[in-house]
Design a protein around this ligand. Structure first.
Ligand code: SF4
Ligand code: SF4
Length: 405
C-alpha cells in the first residue's frame, strides 16, 4: 500500500493551528487529576489546562517564550492521559507537537546523545566496545561522577548491562497469509530484539506472515522535542521503507513509536501486534507458568495503542500465571522518550512512585511493553535492590508458547 505525505488537516499556519486547538479547551479541569506532572507539582502551569493556556498565549504573541514558560511545556510527558479524559476532545498531543515545533528544540535537549541513541548500528558497535571494556562493572561509578542534571549520567545509569540480542530474523513464513511488516526502530532494535523475535514467533503461530523493515528511528524523540526538520526526515524514511515493504499493515512492539508512525503514514493501519494476536487468541496455546507478575502498562499502550485489555486477555491464557495490574492506573513512569535524559530527577520521582505501586503486588517479575519504560524501571529496580527481572509481555508469551503441528 502506497503512503501519502503528511497532511495537516486545516490549512492554517502553525500559530493559527495552535490557537484553534487551544480554543477547544473549555477549562473544566477534568484532566488535572490524571496528569502526572500536576500531581508532582500541584501547579496549574504544570497541568494540561495550564499548558494549553501557555501555548495559546505564546501563539497569539501575548507572552514572550521565557525559559520558565518553556520549561513548563518541556516537563510535559506526552502521556496523553489528559486527552483520553477530555470531554471537549481537545487534541492535546497535536497541540503540544505544534507548540514545541513553533518554539524549536528544547534547551535541555541532549542533541549529541540523541544522535548516538538514534543510530542502531552505532549503538551496537558502542555496546560491543563497552562489553570489551567491561563497562557494566564501572558504568554506575562513572555516572555518579557526572553532574546530577547531566543527560549522560542518566544515559549511563539506564544503559543495560546485558549484551544486545541478535537482530530479528524471519523464517518459516507461510506465503499464503496476509503480510505484516514489523518496524524495529532504534533503541528497540538493539535492546528489545528479543521481544521483536517473540512477536514474530507468536504472529507466525497465529497464522500471520511477517516481514521486517530496516532498523532506524521513527523520529518520535525529534517530533516531541521540537526538532521538526529531523522529525520530517525520519518520517520520509518511514514512508520509503513502508512503500517498498509491500505489506498491508505495519506493527511495532514498542507502543511509544506507534503515534509517530501513524502520523508519518496517514491512512495506513499501524498496530501493536497484541491487537492482531488477540483476534486469533484461540489458536495460541501456552504451557503453564506458576508465577506472579506485575503488569506495568505504558501510557502509550493505554492511550495510543489501546491494547491494555487485549494484552491482559492474552496473558491470562497462560495457565497458572497470576497477572496483577498496578493499583493506581494509569500514571507515567517518567521515561517518556527523552524526558528521562532531560529531567532525570523528575523522571526518577515518577519511576519510584511506579515501583512503590508495583512493590505492593510482591511480584516475581515485572512486565512492560515499552523499552524506554522498561530500561528506566530496571534502573530503579536495580538501585532499590528489588531483584525483579523485567520483560516484554510478548517475550513471556513466546517463551510459554506450545508449538502444536
Ligand atoms: S479536560 Fe479538556 S476541556 Fe477540560 S480543562 Fe482539560 S483539556 Fe480543557
Ligand atoms: S500529556 Fe500527560 S503530562 Fe502532559 S499535560 Fe497531559 S496528562 Fe499531563
Amino acid at each position: 500500500m502506497m503512503s501519502m505525505p503528511l497532511e495537516k488537516s486545516p490549512q492554517l499556519a502553525p500559530v493559527g493551528r495552535i490557537a484553534e486547538l487551544a480554543d477547544q479547551c473549555v477549562q473544566c479541569g477534568l484532566c488535572l487529576p490524571v496528569c502526572p506532572t500536576y500531581a508532582l507539582d500541584r501547579n496549574e502551569a504544570e497541568s494540561p489546562r495550564g499548558r494549553i493556556a501557555i501555548a495559546s498565549a505564546l501563539a497569539r504573541g501575548l507572552v514572550d517564550p521565557t525559559a520558565g514558560l518553556r520549561e513548563h511545556l518541556d516537563h510535559c510527558l506526552g502521556c496523553l492521559n489528559c486527552e483520553k479524559v477530555c470531554p471537549a476532545n481537545v487534541q492535546y498531543g497535536e497541540l503540544l507537537i505544534e507548540t514545541r515545533a513553533l518554539l524549536g528544540p528544547a534547551p535541555r535537549r541532549p542533541r549529541l546523545l540523541l544522535n548516538v541513541i538514534k543510530r542502531p548500528a552505532l549503538m551496537r558497535a558502542l555496546r560491543r566496545f563497552g562489553g570489551w571494556l567491561a563497562l557494566r562493572r564501572w558504568k554506575n561509578g562513572l555516572a555518579q561522577r557526572l553532574p546530577v542534571h547531566s543527560p549522560w549520567r542518566a544515559a549511563l545509569f539506564n544503559l543495560p548491562t546485558k549484551a544486545p540480542a541478535t537482530p530479528v530474523r524471519i523464517s518459516g513464513n507461510d506465503r499464503q497469509q496476509p503480510r505484516l511488516a514489523l518496524f524495529p526502530g532504534c533503541v528497540a532494535s538493539v535492546d528489545d530484539a528479543q521481544a521483536q523475535q517473540a512477536a514474530i514467533t507468536l504472529l507466525q503461530a497465529a497464522g500471520f506472515h511477517v516481514s521486517v523493515l530496516p532498523a532506524f528511528c521513527c523520529g518520535a524523540m525529534d517530533l516531541h522535542g521540537g526538532a521538526t526538520a529531523a522529525a520530517e526526515q525520519a518520517a520520509q524514511c518511514v514512508r520509503q521503507a513502508w512503500d517498498s515493504s509491500g505489506a498491508s499493515q505495519l506493527l511495532s512492539v514498542t507502543p511509544g513509536c506507534l503515534g509517530t508512525l501513524r502520523r508519518a503514514l496517514p491512512g495506513v493501519s499501524v498496530l501493536d501486534p497484541v491487537e492482531l494476536l488477540a483476534t486469533r487468541a484461540e489458536s495460541l496455546h501456552f504451557r503453564p507458568l506458576a508465577q506472579r507478575v506485575a503488569l506495568h502498562l505504558p501510557c502509550t499502550q493505554i492511550n495510543v495503542a489501546r491494547t491494555d485489555v487485549a494484552l491482559l486477555q492474552l496473558l491470562r491464557r497462560v495457565p497458572g500465571l497470576e497477572v496483577l495490574s498496578l493499583p493506581r492506573p494509569p500514571y507515567c513512569c517518567g521515561a517518556a522518550g527523552s524526558h528521562l535524559l532531560e529531567f532525570p530527577e523528575r523522571a526518577a520521582q515518577l519511576r519510584d512512585a511506579t515501583l512503590r505501586q508495583a512493590a505492593t503486588l510482591e511480584p516475581q517479575q515485572l512486565l512492560s511493553s515499552n523499552i524506554g519504560c522498561r530500561l528506566h524501571l530496571a534502573t530503579g529496580i536495580d538501585q532499590q535492590g528489588l531483584r525483579w527481572p523485567s520483560l516484554h509481555p510478548l517475550t513471556l508469551l513466546a517463551q510459554q508458547l506450545e508449538h502444536r503441528h
